[in-house]
Write a protein that binds this ligand. Structure first.
Ligand SMILES: Nc1ncnc2c1ncn2[C@@H]1O[C@H](COP(=O)(O)OP(=O)(O)OP(=O)(O)O)[C@@H](O)[C@H]1O
Ligand SMILES: [Mg+2]
Length: 322
């Protein structure tokens, strides 16, 4: 559906996106995930046509888009900060793109109604942006994009400005919307939980480079680099015999008897986080702490300062590259 082939971007002679090749499938929810400044927005803007790659090609359905302007691409971009027209009602904001395309009035009405229903804005169509909450405004921005029925929707941290509760609600709405519309979504976030929850596949980026591409399950279970191992979810990294491996906190076991334990340490902290309990253990002979999720069936309590054996199954070691 969308193909990036050897796409690179330089700003003022500085590389911002290293050569990137990526195929995004039709109907896929693909997320670019990475820390601030890693190049996510730049990649999205190149797909949208607001930036041109320094090198490489972008294809949509086999057609070369690389030098087409944004309005000639069958895709829509939703920004982090909902850019609504303040002097237009919700309805008119959504209608704007349809009018520009000179669609027949009847079809405009149908599309507006459909988009408004899908985003649960029906009671608000006569309001102006300043009469809406942040979440409602962002829903209008999404409604406006889907009313255009683009082949691809590009979303740049569309929930970034919202509080946690609202973000959670809109996350499931977005996922539902994407499934029912069957539109390809390219989504940008720096929130790993959001990426895990929404995506079919995640592209983990770091300093303009792809670290790993995979399904949420692959990324979580078998990270291939130190960066992906530690950026998504908590992880314990061990170095042994010149290699690095990761073991997730829920794969570690805290044992009273230190005989036969793979590591020995001392309890530094006991954390009760509601649904999970964790131990933070300072290892002996190594300047690192490990985090252990406690088994719920284990009713024994641990004390800070107590000696503890740390064990795991060798098959739960995930070897990671340099
Ligand atoms: N027009 C520009 N001119 C020069 N440098 C730019 C320009 N746009 C972006 N950059 C630089 O490119 C790098 C990547 O920026 P980009 O906006 O793609 O990051 P991002 O991953 O979206 O970050 P964030 O999560 O903070 O939005 C940054 O170092 C940024 O300063
Ligand atoms: Mg950005």
């Amino acid at each position: 559906m969308i193909e990036l082939s050897g796409v690179e971007k330089y700003f003022a002679g500085q590389v911002v996106v290293h050569p990137l090749s990526l195929t995004i499938k039709e109907g896929e929810f693909l997320t670019l995930l990475g820390p601030s400044g890693c190049g996510k927005t730049t990649i999205l803007r190149m797909i949208a046509g607001f930036e041109y790659p320094t090198k490489g090609k972008i294809l949509l359905d086999g057609a070369d888009l690389t030098s087409l302007p944004p309005n000639r691409r069958d895709l829509n971009l939703v920004f982090q900060h909902y850019a609504l027209f303040p002097h237009m009602t919700v309805e008119d904001n959504i209608a704007f793109g349809l009018k520009m395309k000179k669609l027949p009035a009847k079809e405009q009405q149908e599309r507006i109604q459909e988009a408004v229903e899908m985003t649960q804005l029906t009671p608000l169509v006569k309001r102006y942006p300043h009469q809406l909450s942040g979440g409602q405004q962002q829903r209008v921005a999404i409604a406006r994009a889907i009313a255009n029925k683009p082949k691809v929707l590009l979303l740049d941290e569309p929930l970034g400005a919202l509080d946690l509760q609202l973000r959670k609600n809109l996350q499931s709405e977005l996922k539902h919307l994407q499934r029912s519309l069957g539109i390809t979504f390219v989504y940008v976030t720096h929130d790993q939980e959001e990426a895990m929850m929404l995506s079919d596949r995640i592209v983990i980026m770091n300093s303009g480079k792809v670290e790993q591409i995979g399904t949420p399950r692959e990324i979580y279970a078998t990270p291939t680099t130190l960066f992906s191992a530690t950026f998504v979810g908590e992880n314990n990294i061990f170095s042994q015999d010149g290699r690095l491996f990761a073991v997730r906190p829920e794969k570690l076991r805290a044992v009273r008897s230190q005989d036969g334990a793979k590591r020995i340490g001392e309890v530094l902290d006991v954390l009760y986080l509601g649904s999970i309990h964790k131990l933070v253990v300072q290892l002996e002979d190594e300047p690192m702490t490990v985090s252990i999720v406690l088994d719920f069936t284990d009713e024994r309590t641990w004390q800070v300062g107590e000696k503890v054996g740390v064990n795991w199954n060798t098959e739960d070691e995930v070897v990671i590259g340099p």
